[in-house]
Design a protein around this ligand. Structure first.
Ligand code: IMP
Ligand code: MG
Length: 177
C-alpha cells in the first residue's frame, strides 16, 4: 500500500463486481438504444474501461475534459478544457464520472449536453459523496456511497498523482493539509 494511503476502501475485485452490476443496470435500461457514454477526463478513464467491457448493448464512447478542482477544494467554476468530437443532438447520453462531490461538475456538464439538444442525459458514477452536495443531483447509476473523506486511486487524483493505484483508498490527512 502507498505511504499516502490510510485505508483501502474498495479493492480491484470489489470495483470489478461493481462495474458488472452497473453494466447490467445499463443493459436493462438501454436494450433498444445505442447510448453515447461520455467519460469525464481524466478521472473516469479506468472506470470507463472496466465498465464498457461489461456492457452488452451497443454503445459509443467519447470524452470531455472539465476542470473544477485545485488541490482538495472544488472551485465551483466548471470549464470545458476538451470538448466532444461529435454533435449530441438527439442522442441518449450517459455521463461517466469517477466521483460526485458537490455535484457542480456533473450538473454543469448535464445542463450543457441538454442545451445542445441531447435526447436524454443520465449519470453513472463509481463513487458518490452525498454529504457535500450543494446542488440537487442524484446519480442514475451509483457504484458506492462514501462518507466525506478524500480518496485517491483508480483514476482519482491528488494534484494529478495516484490515478494509477488499482484500488480506491482514503488519503492520509497529513499529506493534503
Ligand atoms: P464536484 O463538482 O464537487 O462534484 O466535483 C467532482 C470532481 O471533484 C470529481 O470528478 C473529482 O475530480 C473531484 N473530487 C471530488 N472528491 C474527490 C476526492 O475525494 N478526491 C479526489 N478528487 C475528488
Ligand atoms: Mg473528475
Amino acid at each position: 500500500m502507498k505511504e499516502v494511503v490510510k485505508e483501502i476502501l474498495f479493492d480491484s475485485k470489489q470495483i470489478e463486481d461493481c462495474c458488472t452490476r452497473l453494466a447490467k443496470e445499463i443493459d436493462r435500461d438501454y436494450a433498444e438504444k445505442t447510448p453515447l457514454l461520455v467519460g469525464l477526463l481524466k478521472g473516469s478513464v479506468p472506470f470507463m474501461a472496466d465498465l464498457i467491457k461489461r456492457i452488452e448493448t451497443d454503445i459509443t464512447i467519447d470524452f470531455m475534459g472539465v476542470s473544477s478542482y485545485v488541490g482538495t477544494e472544488s472551485s465551483g467554476e466548471v470549464t470545458i478544457v476538451k470538448d466532444l468530437e461529435i454533435s449530441v443532438k438527439g442522442l441518449d447520453i450517459i455521463i461517466v464520472e469517477d466521483i460526485i462531490d458537490t455535484g457542480r461538475t456533473i450538473k454543469a456538464v448535464r445542463d450543457c449536453l441538454l442545451r445542445r439538444g441531447a435526447n436524454s442525459v443520465k449519470v453513472v458514477t463509481l463513487l458518490d459523496k452525498p454529504e457535500r452536495r450543494v446542488v440537487t443531483l442524484i446519480p442514475d447509476y451509483n457504484g458506492f456511497v462514501i462518507p466525506n473523506v478524500f480518496v485517491i486511486g483508480y483514476g482519482i487524483d491528488f494534484n494529478q498523482k495516484y490515478r494509477n493505484l488499482p484500488y480506491v483508498g482514503v488519503m492520509k490527512e497529513e499529506y493534503y493539509q
